[in-house]
Ligand binder design. Structure first.
Ligand code: NAP
Length: 530
């Protein structure tokens, strides 16, 4: 496929601006061939206006047609074959198997949403039947369901060029709900974004979707993204990326004359609490799992464990020793781009200034900065050392973590109280540990979106009950997830119909229930007709 580097606005290609940028292969530092044009405000306006114009048609279409559209996206994505994976690999330094895994994850996710649409109950239809004879006032007939909100802007993260980018859950769930989507391509993988967008547009054409249901705009720097979020026709935005970027755009969304929901999924420190019983049982397996989790994908996971906490003991010393040995064996690898590499290097340098933080272990092999390579580093400190340096409670994106030794349970509780919102918190323990550390577990449940027992946080199952979010700063809104089918709820709003004529109601609220979806009628879940 030939990349053009233009904005893809419905079926139109556009390159109004002569300002261009190129993707860069982080392993070689060399720019890739295609020149991508910065989107102008006029181009963003065309995409948003077109999305708004087709919203009504897309919203009112039978859910089965949108399911067919998602399945066509799967077909077109798979049809791109290795070429798609190769460009993602060249732009990010991810090895090909990692890109294949991401592609498969993305297509399975699209299939899951297609199934959700075909089943139909996700619209949460509720019916409270009227009663004209009720006294002193008659009871109205009240019915409600979730309906799409309008055109959605999507921003993906650099670390998942396929699975959390153009083809990610934000785009797919917004399209599933009936919202047109405009993606702001990530400047670290613009070619991957263009290819994925072309697959979506091909599928849209094939399934006769209205033109404008999907567009892609390119941009390096904050202007195009800011303009997109400010556009009056955009009704919601979904963002995955850094706290800095997420916070800035969240404020832009809130400052609009007509503020819109802004769903940001951001970084997180993902602490692991290793309780004494678990440590005694299997320190080797724990050390293997921990170092694997912190170095996987060169530590570039939002669920990377940035802290591991334990009670000071001979077993904890042994665990620390094992971690140090395993970290030494980690071969430095290429990070996603020069910016992320520089942020990681600066973070590691800053840690050297903290006298209460000791370097426990580091990769034996040297990292090549010209290939954006990162070595792994693990530090150790005490409970007090951690509390004295608030930066240790923030994400350092890359293969680095800190082991924190605590004197007793109350030390762990004190740290837990101070933790910021996290995407995940992990506990390793035995039944006896859980009984002894109950006060700790109670606090942890207030601090994270996902609690993991005797496992590791990297790797997120795409399923109906997944919650990938958490209290701020893990996410801008702790109610919502960016992974799993519940993420569709970000792009809908409940609409309530009172005494509305049956023939004019949305299908899922009509008496007949032709699709047989689950509905709550007078407080009882049923698939029956009224
Ligand atoms: P990023 O630098 O925040 O970029 C994400 C997107 O936002 C890019 O398109 C970027 O475009 C745009 N952007 C950033 N700042 C902006 C601003 N001030 N105004 C307008 N647009 C802005 O994040 P990243 O480096 O790609 O990703 C790494 C981060 O993502 C890590 O912190 C990681 O933990 C997090 N992450 C979170 C999750 C999750 O699910 N919670 C998943 C993966 C990654 P420009 O570059 O053009 O500004």
């Amino acid at each position: 496929m030939t990349l053009t580097g233009k904005q893809l606005i419905g079926t139109t290609e556009s390159a109004d601006s002569s300002e261009t940028f190129q993707g860069v292969n982080p392993a070689t530092g060399k720019p890739l061939d295609t020149k991508f044009h910065e989107a102008t405000a006029a181009e963003i306006d065309r995409a948003a206006t077109m999305a708004d114009e087709v919203f009504g048609t897309f919203r009112d279409m039978l859910a089965e047609r949108r399911a067919d559209f998602l399945e066509a996206i799967v077909e077109e994505t798979l049809a791109m074959g290795d070429e798609f994976l190769e460009i993602a690999s060249a732009e990010t330094g991810h090895p090909l198997p990692r890109c294949t895994m991401e592609r498969d994850r993305a297509v399975n996710q699209a299939r899951l949403f297609a199934n959700l649409l075909r089943e139909g109950s996700w619209v949460d239809a509720r019916i409270d039947l009227g009663d004209a004879s009720r006294t002193p006032a008659p009871k109205p007939d009240v019915r409600s369901l979730l309906q799409p909100i309008g055109p959605v802007a999507v921003f993906g993260a650099s670390n998942f060029p396929i699975a959390i980018s153009v083809l990610g859950a934000d785009t797919i769930s917004a399209l599933a709900s009936g919202c047109p989507v405009i993606v702001k391509a990530h400047p670290a993988h613009p070619g991957t974004c263009e290819m994925a967008a072309r697959a979506i547009l091909k599928a849209a054409e094939k399934m006769r979707m209205p033109e404008g249901v999907f567009s892609l705009v390119q941009g390096k720097g904050i202007e195009s993204g800011t303009t997109l979020v400010q556009h009056p026709k955009i009704m919601a935005a979904a963002f995955t990326g850094s706290l800095k970027g997420g916070r800035a755009l969240m404020d832009v969304a809130a400052a609009r004359p007509h503020p819109i929901p802004f769903y940001a999924e951001m970084g997180s420190v993902n602490p692991i609490f290793i309780l004494p019983g678990a440590l005694k049982e299997n320190p080797e397996t724990l050390a293997d799992g921990f170092v694997n989790a912190l170095t996987l994908g060169v530590g570039q996971f939002c669920t990377n464990p940035g802290l591991a906490l334990g009670i000071q003991s001979d077993e904890w010393d042994r665990f620390s020793q094992l971690v140090s040995e395993r970290v030494a064996q980690y071969t430095p690898s290429t990070m996603l781009h020069a910016g992320i590499h520089a942020a990681y290097t600066d973070g590691i340098l800053a840690r050297a200034d903290n006298e209460e933080l000791l370097l426990l272990g580091e990769s034996e092999a040297e990292a090549d900065p010209n290939a954006c390579e990162a070595a792994a580093y693990v530090y150790e400190t005490t409970q007090q050392g951690l509390l004295n340096d608030p930066t240790l409670l923030e994400e350092l994106f890359g293969p680095s973590s800190t082991l924190v030794s605590c004197g007793k349970l109350t030390d762990m509780v004190e740290i837990a109280e101070k933790l910021e919102g996290s995407l995940s918190i992990t506990v390793h323990g035995t039944e006896a540990d859980l009984a002894e550390f109950k006060p700790l577990l109670k606090i942890l449940q207030r601090k994270a979106g996902r609690l993991i027992f005797n496992g590791f946080p990297v790797g997120i199952e795409v399923c109906h009950s997944m919650h990938h979010g958490g209290p701020f700063p893990a996410a801008s809104h702790s109610f919502f997830t960016s992974i799993g089918t519940r993420c569709i709820q970000r792009f809908v709003r409940p609409v309530c119909y009172q005494n509305w004529p049956n023939s004019q109601l949305p299908l899922a609220l009509q008496n007949e229930n032709p699709r047989g979806v689950w509905r709550m009628i007078d407080g009882v879940m049923t698939r029956d007709e009224v």
